[in-house]
Design a binder for this molecule. Structure first.
Ligand code: HEC
Ligand code: HEC
Ligand code: HEC
Ligand code: HEC
Ligand code: HEC
Ligand code: HEC
Ligand code: HEC
Ligand code: HEC
Length: 442
C-alpha cells in the first residue's frame, strides 16, 4: 500500500515538473504582459514603463547629495534644473526642498526613473485615488498599460507601428503625464492642454470636440485672464476644462463617472450603477448650469448613442450574414492570420466587431470588414465625442460617415450575394512580407 502511494506521489511530482517545462510557465519573456515572449522592449520603453524596463546604462557613478546633483546638472541639463527651481518641490512650505535624489536616488550608477510609487511616498492621497480607479474597469488611466501590452496587435504588428502605444499608455505607470517634469505644476494640469498629447487623434478626438464646443470657445477666449492656481472647485472657474469635469474636486480618477466606455460598447445608461454615475455628472454640470437642464443635455448624448448603435448593429448584421454564407473574401483561410493566431489555426473564422475580438480591426482583413471597422472606430467614436463634449459639427460629420459606410457596405454585400463564385485570392495574402516581417522583428 505504502509503495503504491509512493508511486502516485512520484508520478504526480514528475507530471507537474513536466507540465511546467512544457508550458514554460516558469519564465516570462523579455517584454511585458500576456504576450511578453513575443516582443523585445526598445530603449525608450525604459522611460514609459520604468518599473519594468528602466536600467541606468550611462557613464556616471558615485554618490551625491542634492546640491551636488543640481550643481553638475545645472550645466548639463539646464532646462531640467530651471524647471525644478520653478516648482513647488524646490521651495515647499515649511520643509526642506525635494531635490533630485529624493526621486532619482543618490547613487548615480543605480539612478532610477521615478514611477508613480516614488511619488506615492509623499503624495499618498493622489496615488491611492489613482489606483482605486481600477475598480471601474477599462478605459481608465490606472489600467492603461496592461490594456496596451495585452492587446494582441501590440505584439503582432510591426514595432514601428506600435511603439507610440506605450508613450500614451504610460499614464498608468508614472505621474508626469498631466503635470510634466520637472515643474510638476498643478496649474498646468488643470488646463486642457495637459491632456492633449494623448487625447487626440481620430479614435479619441477629445481635443477637437472640446475646442469646438461652447466650453472650448470660452476657454480660448479667457485662458490668459484666468487664475489657474485655484483648485478645481465650484465658484473658482466659469468655464470647465477637461480636468474640471473629469477630475472634479481634484480627485485623481477619470473613470468613476463615465458610462459609455470610449464609445466602443453599447451600454444601457439606465442600470442602477449607471444612474449613480449620471447623478455625479449632473452634480458637476450643476456647478454652473441648472441640474434639470444638464440632465437633459446628457440624455441627448444617450439618444445620439441609440441612433449610432442602430446603424452599427444593422451593418454588423450584414457582415455576419456574409460570414454565415461564406461570402467574405478573401476569407480567413486565405489571408494573414489574426494577431497571435498561427497560420492554419483550426476552426478559424472571421472575427467581426468588438466581442469577436477587435484585433481583426487593426489587421489585413477583407475590404468590407475594414470598412465596417472604420465606420465603427472612426465615424462612430467621433460622433460620440461630439455628443459627449457638445460639438454638433462632429455629431453631424460622424453620422454622415456612418450613413455612407452603411449604404456602401450593404450595396457591396448585395453584389457579393449575387456573384457566383468569388475570384481566387492570391498567395500574397497569406504570406505577405508584412506578416513575415512582424513575426520575425518584434
Ligand atoms: C559630476 C556630474 C554629475 C553629478 C554630480 C550628477 N550627475 Fe546625473 N548625469 C551626469 C551625466 C554626465 C549624465 C548623462 C550621461 C550619462 O548618463 O552617462 C547624467 C545623467 C543623469 C540622469 C539621466 C539618466 C538616464 O538614463 O536618462 C539622471 C536621472 C541623473 N543624472 C540624475 C542625477 C542625480 C539624482 C544626481 C545626484 C544624486 C546626479 N545626477 C548627479 C552627471 C552628473
Ligand atoms: C519629484 C520627483 C523628481 C525630482 C525632484 C527630480 N526628478 Fe528628474 N525625473 C522625474 C520623473 C518622473 C522623470 C521621468 C521618468 C520617466 O520618464 O520614466 C524624470 C526624468 C529625469 C531625467 C531623464 C529624462 C529627461 O527628461 O531628460 C533626467 C536627466 C532627470 N530627471 C534629472 C533630474 C535632475 C537633475 C533633478 C534635480 C534638479 C531631478 N531630475 C529631480 C522626477 C523627478
Ligand atoms: C520627498 C517627498 C516628495 C516626493 C517624493 C514627491 N513630492 Fe511632490 N511635493 C512634495 C512637497 C513637500 C510639495 C509641496 C507642498 C507644499 O508646498 O505645500 C509637493 C508638491 C507637489 C505638487 C503640487 C504643485 C503645485 O503646483 O501646487 C505636485 C503636482 C507634485 N508635488 C507632484 C509630484 C510628483 C508627480 C512626484 C513624483 C514624480 C512627486 N511630487 C514626488 C513632496 C514630494
Ligand atoms: C500620457 C497620456 C495621457 C494623458 C496626458 C492623459 N490621458 Fe486620459 N487616458 C490615456 C489613456 C491611454 C487612456 C485609456 C486607458 C485604457 O486603455 O483603458 C485614457 C483614458 C481616459 C479617460 C477614459 C476613462 C473612462 O472611464 O472612460 C478619461 C475620461 C481621461 N483619460 C481623461 C483625461 C484627462 C481629463 C486628462 C488631462 C487632465 C488626461 N486624461 C490626460 C492617456 C492619457
Ligand atoms: C495618442 C495617444 C495614444 C496612442 C498612441 C495609443 N493610445 Fe490607446 N488609448 C488612448 C486613449 C486616450 C484612450 C481612451 C479613449 C477614450 O476613452 O475615449 C485609449 C484607449 C485604448 C484602449 C482601451 C479601449 C479598448 O479597446 O479596450 C486600448 C486597448 C488601447 N488604447 C490600446 C492601444 C494600443 C495597442 C496602441 C498602439 C497600437 C494604442 N492604444 C495607442 C491613447 C493612445
Ligand atoms: C490625468 C491628469 C493627472 C495625472 C495622471 C496626475 N495628476 Fe496630479 N493633478 C492633476 C490635476 C488636474 C490637479 C489639480 C487638482 C485640483 O485643482 O484640485 C493635480 C494636482 C496634484 C497635486 C496637488 C494637490 C494639491 O492639493 O495641491 C499633487 C500632489 C498631485 N497632483 C500628485 C499626483 C500624483 C502623485 C500622480 C500620480 C499618481 C498624479 N498627480 C497624476 C492631474 C493629474
Ligand atoms: C463639461 C464637462 C466636460 C469637459 C469640459 C470635457 N469632458 Fe470629456 N466627457 C464629458 C462627458 C459628460 C462624457 C461622457 C461620459 C459618459 O457618461 O460616458 C465625456 C467623455 C469623455 C471621454 C470618454 C469616456 C468614456 O468612457 O466614454 C474621454 C476620454 C474624455 N471625455 C476626455 C476629455 C478630454 C481630454 C477633455 C478636454 C479636451 C474633455 N473630456 C472635456 C464631459 C466633459
Ligand atoms: C465651470 C462652469 C461650467 C460647468 C461645470 C459646465 N458648463 Fe456648460 N457652459 C458653461 C459656460 C460658461 C457656457 C457658455 C455660455 C453659455 O452658453 O451658457 C456653457 C455652455 C454649455 C452648453 C451650450 C449651451 C447652448 O445653449 O448652446 C452646453 C450644452 C453645456 N454647457 C452643457 C454642459 C454639461 C452637460 C455640463 C456637465 C457635463 C456642463 N455644461 C458643465 C459653463 C459650465
Amino acid at each position: 500500500m505504502a509503495r503504491y502511494a509512493r508511486g502516485v506521489v512520484l508520478f504526480a511530482a514528475l507530471a507537474i515538473a513536466a507540465g511546467y517545462a512544457w508550458v514554460d510557465w516558469n519564465k516570462s519573456g523579455p517584454g511585458d504582459g500576456l504576450n511578453s515572449r513575443l516582443w523585445q522592449p526598445d530603449p525608450a520603453f525604459g522611460y514609459w514603463h520604468p518599473t519594468r524596463f528602466y536600467q541606468y546604462d550611462g557613464q556616471m557613478s558615485g554618490q551625491f547629495k542634492g546640491e551636488e546633483c543640481i550643481a553638475c546638472h545645472e550645466a548639463l541639463t539646464p532646462g531640467i534644473v530651471a524647471d525644478w527651481r520653478a516648482s513647488r518641490h524646490s521651495a515647499p512650505k515649511g520643509r526642506a526642498s525635494v531635490t533630485c535624489e529624493a526621486c532619482h536616488g543618490n547613487d548615480h550608477a543605480k539612478i532610477r526613473m521615478p514611477d508613480r510609487t516614488v511619488c506615492a511616498g509623499c503624495h499618498a492621497r493622489q496615488h491611492d485615488e489613482f489606483l482605486d480607479e481600477r475598480r471601474f474597469g477599462f478605459p481608465s488611466h490606472a489600467l492603461a498599460m496592461e490594456r496596451a501590452v495585452d492587446a494582441p496587435h501590440f505584439a503582432d504588428k510591426p514595432k514601428a507601428e506600435v511603439t507610440a502605444c506605450l508613450q500614451c499608455h504610460s499614464v498608468a505607470e508614472k505621474c508626469d503625464s498631466c503635470h510634466t517634469r520637472h515643474r510638476f505644476s498643478a496649474a498646468e494640469a488643470r488646463r486642457p492642454e495637459a491632456c492633449m498629447t494623448c487625447h487626440s487623434g481620430p479614435p479619441h478626438p477629445d481635443d477637437d470636440t472640446y475646442f469646438a464646443s461652447a466650453h472650448g470657445k470660452r476657454y480660448l477666449a479667457d485662458a490668459d485672464k484666468t487664475d489657474w492656481s485655484k483648485p478645481l472647485a465650484k465658484g473658482n472657474y466659469t468655464t470647465p476644462t477637461c480636468a474640471y469635469c473629469h477630475m472634479a474636486g481634484g480627485k485623481h480618477q477619470v473613470a468613476d463617472k463615465a458610462i459609455w466606455k470610449f464609445g466602443l460598447l453599447q451600454v444601457n445608461p439606465l442600470t442602477s450603477n449607471n444612474e449613480v454615475k449620471r447623478k455625479q455628472w449632473v452634480a458637476v454640470c450643476a456647478d454652473c448650469h441648472p441640474a434639470d437642464w444638464s440632465r437633459q443635455r446628457l440624455a441627448e448624448m444617450d439618444a445620439e448613442r441609440k441612433r449610432a448603435w442602430a446603424k452599427l448593429n444593422a451593418t454588423e448584421a450584414t457582415l455576419r450574414g456574409l460570414r454565415g454564407a461564406g461570402l467574405l473574401h478573401p476569407n480567413v483561410k486565405e489571408r494573414p492570420p489574426y494577431p497571435l493566431d498561427k497560420p492554419g489555426t483550426w476552426f478559424a473564422r472571421e472575427r467581426i466587431g468588438y466581442y469577436d475580438g477587435q484585433a481583426s480591426a487593426f489587421y489585413n482583413v477583407s475590404p468590407i470588414e475594414r470598412d465596417y471597422f472604420e465606420m465603427w472606430y472612426f465615424a462612430n467614436l467621433g460622433a460620440y465625442k461630439g455628443a459627449a463634449h457638445g460639438s454638433p459639427g462632429h455629431v453631424g460629420q460622424g453620422h454622415a460617415g456612418m450613413d455612407m459606410a452603411k449604404q456602401d457596405i450593404q450595396a457591396r454585400a448585395k453584389a457579393l450575394e449575387q456573384q457566383d463564385k468569388p475570384p481566387a485570392a492570391g498567395r500574397w495574402w497569406l504570406e505577405g512580407e508584412y506578416t513575415k516581417h512582424n513575426r520575425e522583428q518584434n
